[in-house]
Write a protein that binds this ligand. Structure first.
Ligand SMILES: *Cc1c(COP(=O)(O)O)cnc(C)c1O
Length: 464
């Protein structure tokens, strides 16, 4: 499989180049040159497979020519062995037609582990064969940093430095980053805000000398391999519920549009899917677009579901590319106009198609808390403030006789304050993290100064 940029100007790349490149050099995002197709008979033959076995079948066309099947199967096995549930991503029934797909059994209790655990092994494998090393830097407001750290810890050819705003992440989030104890992991508490952290990371990437000197890399949400790994669980859930001989709908609490785009990709590959439903909180740019063709940037307001607090969904560009008949020049123009004017227009034809592909829904914080109470009363299930948006979407817009799968993107213990507010009790951490508050922390506090942060990275990466 070869990959092309959504902006049409960057060179075609193989899977391993795309993995390491992240963003394309024309500012676009890499997508497969074509969608591999799976027929119904093949899908039926996958029904008895374990999650890692299925993962190999679904992803193999995307890595073919870069990674031989046997090697890939080994990487996949290792990646999902870290999950605490033997089914990896179990499906649980909540109501007659509403199902929960639990994606939070990985090491950091968020769905991002599903992709990042595999990414860590893919990095090591590809870097080993090229005899290269990388230094990964990233900024986090709390949630993604720990998933990236868990993915890279113990990897041979990558070191990771995660910048977080000192004193501004929740105690669970901080401890998940600072108690890891691996020589290639560095948690850096910056005296500043999340925006300061992000600006420092951007400045490090913009410094070409530094970038080359330490072989800077990232594992952010626009990396194609992350989308690829997320496609698997759409097949998995569908096969549990009668697919491919039955349509299944999916509800996805959405931020950067990566997770729901993976659902779209599964559908392009031939998985029978009815509606793909995009959930948002009060930061509802996507809901406004799918409901009334209003993709206009407004300020980001903090909410109970911080991982969905977004202004622009970076992965939307991948869908836009398809919507514009895979024209790189049209996609580039639309994105550049969007950045300049704060408003995106896809034309009447584009919007009509978008409404067919997705259904949107948003829930503000008060309704979110009400829904958490309602589902707890009805089922005993404690839902985190992201997941509940998808579950409520399923309940309100699901179709009679069609199973609707709501993606559970985080374990409720990851958001204890919101659960406390809704249910007056805090959820327990799962056993593998129950001693989180007893573990000793290790992190370095640094001023909000580029030179000092760069020097710290130089001094502490393993290879010089
Ligand atoms: C990252 C995240 C999301 C948003 O996923 P995208 O792929 O960015 O749309 C939703 N919920 C939780 C808990 C997350 O961590």
């Amino acid at each position: 499989m070869q990959y092309i940029s959504t902006r049409g100007e960057a060179p075609k790349l193989s899977f391993d180049d795309v993995l390491l490149a992240g963003l394309a050099n024309d500012g676009g995002l890499y997508v497969p040159e074509s969608w591999p197709k799976v027929d119904a008979e093949t899908m039926r033959s996958w029904r008895g497979l374990s999650y890692p076995e299925l993962a190999v079948e679904v992803m193999l066309p995307f890595v073919e020519k870069s990674i031989p099947r046997e090697d890939f199967a080994t990487l996949v096995q290792r990646a999902y062995a870290t999950f605490q549930h033997s089914a990896v991503t179990p499906v649980k029934q909540l109501d007659t037609n509403v199902y929960l797909l639990e994606l939070f059994h990985g090491p950091t209790l968020a769905f991002k582990d599903c992709a990042l655990q595999l990414l860590g092994h893919l990095f090591d494998y590809v870097l080993e064969r090229r005899n290269e090393r990388v230094t990964i830097v990233g900024a986090t407001s709390g949630d993604t940093g720990s998933a990236a750290i868990e993915a890279i810890k113990g990897r041979k050819r990558a070191d990771i430095f995660i910048l977080f705003p000192e004193g501004r992440v929740s105690p669970v989030q901080q401890r998940q980053m600072t108690t890891v104890n691996a020589e290639n992991v560095h948690a850096l508490a910056v005296e500043g805000t999340f925006d300061d952290c992000q600006d420092l990371v951007k400045a490090m990437f913009a410094d070409a000398d530094f970038r080359g000197e330490v072989s800077l890399s990232a594992v952010n949400s626009i990396n194609w391999a992350r989308i690829m790994a997320q496609i698997v669980y759409y097949f998995w859930a569908s096969l549990r519920l009668g697919g491919p001989d039955r349509e299944v709908d999916f509800c996805v609490p959405t931020g950067n549009f990566g997770n729901v785009f993976a659902g779209y990709a599964a559908k392009q590959m031939g998985l029978p899917m009815g509606r793909l439903m995009v959930g948002s909180n009060r930061n509802d740019i996507l809901t406004r677009f799918f409901e009334s063709d209003d993709m206009s940037i407004q300020g980001v307001e903090p909410s109970l579901s911080p991982s969905m607090d977004i202004q622009i969904s970076s992965n939307f560009e991948r869908y836009l590319f398809d919507l514009l008949d895979r024209s790189g020049s049209a996609t580039a123009k639309t994105m550049i106009d969007f950045r300049a004017s704060g408003r995106m227009s896809v034309g009447q034809g584009g919007w009509d198609q978008a409404k067919k592909d997705f259904h949107a829904f948003s829930l503000d914080d008060d309704k979110c808390l009400d829904a958490m109470r309602k589902w707890f009363d009805q089922t005993g299930e404690v839902l985190d403030p992201h997941t509940v948006i998808g579950v409520e979407h399923a309940a309100q817009f699901g179709r009679d006789g069609v199973p609707t799968v709501a993606l559970a993107t985080a374990h409720p213990a990851k958001f204890p304050a919101a659960v406390e507010q809704a249910l007056n009790h805090t959820p327990d951490l799962p056993t593998h993290l129950s001693d989180l508050y007893d573990r000793s922390e290790s992190f370095t506090s640094l001023p909000n100064q580029l030179k000092e942060v760069q020097q710290h990275v130089r001094n502490h990466r393993r290879y010089t």
